[in-house]
Design a protein around this ligand. Sequence first.
Ligand SMILES: Cc1cc2nc3c(=O)[nH]c(=O)nc-3n(C[C@H](O)[C@H](O)[C@H](O)COP(=O)(O)OP(=O)(O)OC[C@H]3O[C@@H](n4cnc5c(N)ncnc54)[C@H](O)[C@@H]3O)c2cc1C
Ligand code: SF4
Ligand code: SF4
Length: 1010
Amino acid sequence: MLPVLDSNNALEQQYLDYLDALNRAGFDGDIETQYSSRLAMATDNSIYQKLPQAIVYPKHIDDLVCIGRTVQAFDEVVFSARGGGTGTNGQSLTHGIVVDLSRHMNQILEINADEQWVKVQAGVVKDALNDALKPFGYFFAPDLSTSNRATVGGMINTDASGQGSLVYGKTSDHVLGLTSVLVNGDVLHTAPTAIETCLTHEQSSYQAIAKQIQASCVEQRDAILAKFPRLNRFLTGYDLEHVYAPETDTFDISRLITGSEGSLAFVAEAKLNITPIANHKALVNIKYNSFEAALRHAPKMVAAKATSVETVDSKVLNLARADIIWHSVSDLITDVPDHDLLGLNMVEYNSNDEAEITARIERLSAELDEDIKTQKGGVIGYQVTYDVPDIQKIYAMRKKSVGLLGKADGAKKPIAFAEDTAVPPENLADFIMEFRALLDAHELDYGMFGHVDAGVLHVRPALDMNDPQQEVLLKQISDQVVALVAKYGGLMWGEHGKGYRSEYTPAFFGESLYSELRKIKAVFDPHNKMNPGKICTPIDSDAQLVQVTDTKRGTYDRTIPVVFKEEFAPAMSCNGNGLCFNYDTTSPMCPSSKITSDRRHSPKGRAGMIREWLRLLGQQDVNVDSLNAQQFKSSWLSRMINTNSGNSNQDFSHEVFEVMDECLACKSCSAQCPVGVDVPDFRAKFLSIYYQRYSRPVKDFLVANIERMAPLLAKIPRTVNFFTNLSFSQWLLKEAVGYVDTPTLSVPTLSDKVKPYTSFSMQGLASLTPEQKEKTVLVVQDPFTSFYDASVVADFMALATKCGFNPILLPFNPNGKPQHVKGFLDKFARTAQSTADFLNDIAQFDIPMVGVDASLLLVYRDEYTKTLAEKRGEFSVLAVHEWLSQYASDGVTQLSVSHQPTHTLGLFTHCTEKTALPLSEKQWQVIFGKLNVPLDIVSVGCCGMAGTYGHESSHLANSQGIYALSWESAVAKYPEDARLVTGYSCRSQVARLSGDKPVHPLQMLNRIVS
Ligand SMILES: Cc1cc2nc3c(=O)[nH]c(=O)nc-3n(C[C@H](O)[C@H](O)[C@H](O)COP(=O)(O)OP(=O)(O)OC[C@H]3O[C@@H](n4cnc5c(N)ncnc54)[C@H](O)[C@@H]3O)c2cc1C
Ligand code: SF4
Ligand code: SF4
């Protein structure tokens, strides 16, 4: 029997009392203390893991004030602010309370284009801000790879920067003013202010801070100037140098808070300057025969006033090549015949003056042509693009490469601990050569890329954090890198902040300046409550800094039985980079995360839950040699008793179930997560085991048996539809089964519609001549289109006929997807084997097989392969667009359009399809293009239906909410007869929520051609 899992992690009494007091003090935001919520905040993108006591989600500044005022009576309670949680060195991790500003405090308050500034709440995501600024012709300039999920508050507190920082600066260069809340509840408004005003400020905390600045930063100025490196990336942490501006005789306290990693105050709002978007851009992708050649060439580009110079090595390039993202850039970075492309510089020029850019590019091109001719400097080729969307595609590839570095086979995974060193750019090539020698001496695998213009190198050596010896090695390497950067006049933390690397702060600053940092800390946060241990400790306290050797995720992961890890490998491989928190509603990743604003309901959250579930399960008296539903088999009676027993209430498995249940199984994560975290895969395994202890709801049986029932019901469709449509039946289905908006069966049925076509028989297929086979197409049925949207199948057969083919409908065989989604894995395995056997028998005739619903036929490619391994056989089922492109291309060209569409058509693709088959949208465009019919690719995320998810009453509100995120407005832009929707689920969702049923693109093709 599956045991009850107890996390044994009750909240400490002081925290319980504090949260209770907070509630009573009128805190308006959310307070979460359940174990799953705490776990979701226990990791970031670092190697560390620290379980917080609770998470609070303030709604406004008054909530932050309330947090501060209330804590005065609680000595032990500490905080860490959190935004996107994308820190690479544990910056936001705490054993205290996480104060997450990303859920509610994420509004853009004011845009003043005339004065070039914007006012925002700290939780706004950087790309969301830029979306809002774009119509005004501005952007928030500091860039970072995590721009689609990192928040402005996080950026301010790590002084984030990235590509183009020489021109666009760091976050601190753009902060005009901050509204922060001190841990005593005081609200601090900071902006450059005359020193005299600061020193006599009416607010006592403000005045105390100003006096400390006078003592630490004005009086120690020479020591500060001597210590702080003259680098573009001077350092993160309290900026003792720039807080004081002698030329204007002002203090800017914001400069201390910027880069303070939440160790001084909660940043609530920021006034930021904004930069005009340059009218013209050009990107030159220069290709080299070695990474060293790329590095040595880069300073020349910087000297030639490039806006930014980015470099990637061959390892990163090869990872990108193997990912779906390469499709978007393959024609922008083509191979060079007879050469190995082992290094790439991406050199960008921006200007409002087109002629200036053209002149620069011409000059650079002439130099590069000469280099190639004379084989100088390892340059082997280059490509120039002026197209802004193309330039964005290249940068998207570069940004994704960071995550792709995490995609490594085996136990060793690329990890962040020395991933953002910065040295003077002129030293970078030599530094990197020595850095490489250091890593090579330890026989480590790694990929490198960086902002060569700023001397910043990104590298994540692969180590196995499950191995205690490798953890020791990590510390050794970390110390060696600190020494190496010092040798080259640089910094260990050139971009991402200090976090657990804060232990190197005292040595870096020296005793005297480190004391000044501590005095600054003490005047803001005397009792060390704000992210304690990060950056520095308050003066006169015996508090300790966090250490590189502190508890890591590996400490927990290594206790999970090996077999469990293997069985749930995708959950183990999540590295926490947070790409699945993508804010963009038109991106398919991840609908449940977007609609709930709850990090638990994301691929990262789900992977974390499973890891903890496996760890707790491994601690129980269970067989650790295998992990499957069979070993926990139990009777229905015991399941019923467990379900109703109070003893099971505290079972952690329920919390895991809750987050799995909210997943739509849309599979966007499977294709879009850079390391391939496939939630539907481990979700199905979890459900199969969970339901060995607890009873399944009736609706699960209904869903899992839909493929058996539908063919029977379709024999009497009118009768079934009559009863289904009765209000009483709908009420009963909703109340007793939890199922809503039950679809009706197609009338006339598919069998009626396909009568005119050749019917299927094995003998018939066997008797076809090779020429006849070439002109035959076999239609593989799926349960949804065949029985509920039969005209799609019939229209495909009509279209195939018009293209000169003889379509034959194969007999219906269950696909198994509904069983898989609900975790009936035994049944799914049997269904998959039986259908695979049938399709393999058919495949011997060597006639293309086509399925009209891509999300279902993709199950043959993925889940069948994972479940059946070699028993799956070699059969292949094509999607309609694949067949039209590969087999019927000539037939399509010969079609003539008899009914031109009256409106431009809009293509809405199913999210499983567009993420697993990234070329599908372009292929549809090409197919329609052959007939000179324009087709818009409509940018939408998930429609919210996802098979049966949207029909389950418990998910109805979220299903509708997801539809409203991107589909509702996009659908409204196209007239009813111009909406082409590839997914059965999506068509059903549009029909139920807009009232008009759209068609599949193949139906439109069939409709417009004769
Ligand atoms: C794959 C990857 C690529 C990255 N690339 C870059 C890059 O190109 N450039 C770069 O600079 N960084 C980069 N980072 C690091 C990270 O994304 C940045 O540090 C980012 O600014 C963090 O923002 P966040 O919202 O995720 O903050 P979090 O990780 O949530 O927090 C970061 C720190 O800020 C504090 N904080 C957050 N919000 C507040 C607030 N409102 N008030 C007070 N303190 C607060 C936290 O306590 C913590 O110390 C990368 C990270 C990853 C995973
Ligand atoms: S699930 Fe994938 S995208 Fe999300 S944090 Fe983990 S590795 Fe990154
Ligand atoms: S399957 Fe879809 S809803 Fe579920 S975790 Fe993955 S992206 Fe999110």
